[in-house]
Design a protein around this ligand. Structure first.
Ligand code: SF4
Length: 381
């Protein structure tokens, strides 16, 4: 946590920094130097930024910080996954998860964009928490920088040796409901002279905020992932209420037109498998009909139970049958093993422990209106 009266320079882009430096009588060329210290070296102490000149160092020390969120809790799973609960200046908290790659060097950092979430996806533990607020650009970036601090990854390493080799914006919140802050953070994250994360290694996942999808592609060029989870509007309306506003046909159309798509650059469709609801072969066939003409790949995620969840995990056989079918039809469709289960770090499980649980199992079941029915309607081929 930082001095609340000081202004945080993290999250300021080059223009913002130039304006700030001009106000304290410094020349524009200092931006490049300061940028290097902040985003390449990861420095937080202005007094050590030796190339800046004594006066500038003193001015910065007097009224500014290069802050980080405070690590309120640091948990490590038996499988190496790490989850940080990060505290911001106003006392709000969000979670960030590092998932090391099992097979090779590197790993993915899963970043949050909101404290809580306005959406109420029924399978999501985060969605049981009311939205508190959007995160600011420095708080989104701060998660990445705090993770690099914790992993000892400064100065910015080369691509080949990075512990954080990918960033997935899939944590708490709907990223496209906080687009301006997200875009600013991403552009700083991708800047070659600083954090230097390639756009090809950044994926933003949305529940389907259709009007913002083209903007994301045009303005950032990052990879797109869709939390799909259902192949019919009927089921998707029930498990992801945003579908009532932006139904599947609109969502698929936005995907089809996402800028820069090719077979080498596919949209990832996240598909949470829920026993008896979306795990049949007929669902797999309908899924392929939906993504026709879209360069697509899939992540199959067997539902990861959390306390009070109104769903069950499908059998391994049905998940495998589903995956095999997609593979046979020429699509990548790996089954994602739940990671960090012992620390509730897996997909949809992120939520701040500081917020009291507000939904009981009975309430969740009633709201979902699902478990009363043995099977959700699935389209046939
Ligand atoms: S899945 Fe994402 S969008 Fe849906 S409730 Fe959870 S955090 Fe919000």
């Amino acid at each position: 946590m930082s001095d609340r009266t000081a202004k945080d320079v993290i999250g300021l882009d080059r223009d913002d920094l130039a304006a700030l430096l001009a106000k304290i009588g410094e020349k524009p060329f200092r931006v490049k130097q300061l940028w290097h210290w902040l985003y390449h070296q990861g420095a937080t102490d202005f007094s050590l930024m030796t190339s800046l000149g004594k006066n500038l160092r003193q001015s910065l020390q007097g009224g500014f910080i290069a802050g980080r969120p405070e690590i309120a809790r640091d948990q490590q799973s038996v499988d190496g996954t790490r989850k940080w609960l990060l505290g911001f200046d106003d006392g709000n908290e969000a979670e960030t998860v590092y998932i090391p790659d099992m097979d090779e060097e590197g790993g993915a950092l899963c970043v949050s964009t909101q404290v809580g979430c306005t959406l109420t996806c029924r399978f999501c533990h985060t969605g049981t928490q009311l939205l508190v607020r959007n995160l600011e650009p420095h708080e989104i970036l701060g998660q990445f920088m705090a993770a690099r601090d914790a992993l000892g990854e400064w100065p910015t390493p080369t691509d080949a040796t990075r512990k954080i080799s990918n960033v997935v914006v899939m944590g708490m919140g709907e990223p496209l409901f906080n687009y301006d802050a997200l875009k600013k953070a991403l552009l700083i994250l991708m800047d070659n002279e600083g954090l230097a994360m390639s756009r090809r290694r950044i994926t933003v996942s949305t529940s389907g905020v259709v009007p913002m999808i083209p903007k994301l592609g045009e303005e950032t060029g990052v990879n797109l992932a869709i939390s799909l989870h259902a192949v019919t509007d009927d089921l998707r309306d029930r498990i992801m209420p945003i579908n009532k506003k932006y139904p599947l046909a609109q969502l698929m159309n936005a995907c089809r037109n996402y800028p820069g798509l090719s077979n080498a650059r596919r949209i990832t469709f996240e598909y949470l498998m829920l026993k008896g609801l979306n795990d049949s072969l007929a669902d797999a066939k309908e899924l392929l009909r939906l993504v026709k003409d879209i360069p697509a790949k899939f992540n199959l995620i067997p539902f990861n139970p959390w306390p009070g969840a109104p769903f069950e995990t499908p059998s391994l056989d049905s998940v495998k049958r589903f995956s095999d079918y997609l593979f046979e039809q020429g699509y990548s469709a790996p089954i994602r093993r739940p990671r960090g289960q012992d620390i509730l770090a897996a997909c949809g499980q992120l939520r701040s422990e500081s917020v009291r649980e507000r939904q009981s199992l009975a309430k969740a079941r009633r709201e979902a209106g699902i478990l009363e029915e043995p099977h959700a309607p699935a389209s046939s081929d």
